[in-house]
Write a protein that binds this ligand. Structure first.
Ligand code: THU
Length: 139
């Protein structure tokens, strides 16, 4: 694995320690790599009304966008699950919209990494292009 991805996995592991998950007790950490080599971390933050909970992946990417970064290379995600942690449907849409076809690194309990492209995780994604097509039609 590329050295920059090794560091990304380490940062995701560290971020997991900051998870706020008093309801599910499912701790998740994420680390997002920008094209210029900066890393934004994120953890899941749970809310008592459950639905307002935000996943680690979305925390990381919203942090990055709000700090002005728009170009990304990869995101690593880890939980306490001995297996791999795939992103939820909401995170797939958010990552595809804001980061595009980046590498998604899933890390299992043994520290093994499986890398998938976002397009594999969300084939036939809805996106900006769909909205633009209908706008043209109604002009
Ligand atoms: N969760 C994440 O943060 N990322 C994932 O990829 C899967 C699920 C969180 C949301 C919630 O706090 C907990 O894990 C259980 O679903």
């Amino acid at each position: 694995m590329r050295p920059e991805y090794k560091d990304l996995v380490k940062k995701a592991q560290e971020a997991k320690k900051r998870a706020f998950a008093p309801y599910s007790k499912f701790h998740v950490g994420a680390a997002l790599l920008t094209s210029r080599g900066k890393i934004y971390t994120g953890c899941n933050v749970e809310i008592s009304t459950y639905a307002l909970t935000i996943c680690a992946e979305r925390t990381a990417i919203f942090k990055a966008i709000s700090e002005g970064d728009r170009q990304f290379k990869a995101i690593a995600v880890i939980s306490d699950d001995p297996g791999y942690t795939p992103p939820c449907g909401s995170c797939r849409q958010v990552l595809m919209d804001l980061a595009g076809n980046i590498d998604f690194l899933m890390v299992n309990g043994k520290g093994h990494v499986e890398i998938l492209k976002m397009r594999e995780l969300l084939p036939h994604a809805f996106g900006k292009k769909n909205l633009e097509r209908t706008k043209k039609k109604h002009r």
